[in-house]
Design a protein around this ligand. Structure first.
Ligand code: HEC
Length: 115
């Protein structure tokens, strides 16, 4: 219980700190790679589909622009985009996590033809 409270306080402190500091964190692709474990279950499957909560096409992330990915994740986090599972995931990400993940996926090996 005490641990939970401490963790919540920490999250709040982090949220407050990032809100007070408008400069966006710089993404680090190597750190981002470590954080993709919670994404690959949905964004890494052949055919780009998930089966939960319903069969649904999943957008491919690799090779998209970092700025676009970052914006999308912030929109899920802030509730501007409303897909439930992405909202739940984005809510757990800090601004730094989002920047790192965006940097990783933007520099991923999956490029469209011709690049
Ligand atoms: C439970 C399955 C699931 C997990 C886990 C998941 N996603 Fe998603 N994600 C989706 C689905 C489904 C969509 C499409 C939702 C929609 O239509 O808005 C999506 C959309 C996105 C988009 C928007 C892409 C676009 O082209 O607009 C981004 C960015 C994204 N996810 C990043 C992530 C990241 C980063 C993680 C890991 C931290 C993650 N997702 C984990 C299912 C998942």
């Amino acid at each position: 219980m005490i641990r939970h409270t401490a963790f919540a306080a920490l999250l709040l402190a982090v949220a407050t700190a990032s809100a007070a500091q408008p400069a966006a964190p710089t993404g680090d692709a190597a750190r981002g790679k470590d954080k993709t474990r919670m994404c690959q279950g949905c964004h890494g499957i052949d055919g780009w589909r998930v089966a939960y909560p319903e069969v649904y096409s999943v957008p491919r992330l690799g090779g998209q622009h970092a700025a676009y990915l970052e914006k999308a994740l912030h929109e899920y986090k802030d509730g501007e985009r409303s897909f439930p599972s992405m909202r739940a995931i984005a809510a757990t990400l800090s601004d730094q996590d989002i920047a790192d993940l965006a940097a990783y996926y933007a520099h991923g090996s999956t490029k469209t033809a011709g690049k």
